[in-house]
Design a protein around this ligand. Structure first.
Ligand SMILES: Nc1ncnc2c1ncn2[C@@H]1O[C@H](COP(=O)(O)OP(=O)(O)O)[C@@H](O)[C@H]1O
Ligand SMILES: [Mg+2]
Length: 147
């Protein structure tokens, strides 16, 4: 696993580009089976970060918030074959995700998974997950903490 995840770290993002670029750098370093759990309110920048992450993985199509879908799978042209994007906002409970077969994605060596509104599914956070908290500081400033 890359060095940046070995201890808690806080990054201040000054604008949406900073957040995108951070995601981009993580995407380039990610491996199949990696799971990113994003916690933070509406407009924090979860999707922005994941748009960068997806590009870093080699996803060519545009990544949007999957709010109405819960789960969306993108093909990647990189070494990781799929990017699984989940939005837990509308879920009643963890069971809904388990019913969708989410745990298979967590263990797939071909897939990187990212979950927005991760706070909602704490009970099924995989042990290896990278927990990312994004806090809204001001109009364009965000505090991004990696746990
Ligand atoms: N530093 C920043 N990082 C990320 N987004 C930012 C930042 N500053 C402003 N924004 C804006 O905040 C919004 C974040 O939206 P989005 O990524 O969809 O949030 P979320 O998925 O957490 O609801 C975007 O409109 C983006 O332009
Ligand atoms: Mg979003």
């Amino acid at each position: 696993m890359s060095l940046i995840f070995k201890s808690m770290k806080t990054i201040i993002s000054k604008n949406e580009k900073d957040t995108f670029k951070l995601g981009l750098s993580w995407g380039k370093k990610s491996q199949g089976g990696d799971v990113f759990i994003l916690c933070g309110d509406l407009g924090a920048g979860k999707t922005k970060l994941l748009q960068g992450l997806a590009q870093g993985l080699g996803v060519k199509s545009r990544v949007n918030s999957p709010t109405f879908n819960i789960l969306k799978i993108y093909k990647s042209l990189g070494k990781v074959k799929y990017f699984c994007h989940i939005d837990a906002y509308r879920l009643q409970s963890e069971h809904d995700l388990i019913a969708l077969g989410i745990e298979e994605f967590f263990n797939s060596p071909e897939t990187v998974t990212a979950i927005e509104w991760g706070e909602k599914i704490k009970k099924i956070w995989p042990k290896n997950a990278k927990i990312i908290k994004i806090k809204h500081l001001s109009l364009n400033k965000r505090e991004i903490t990696i746990i």
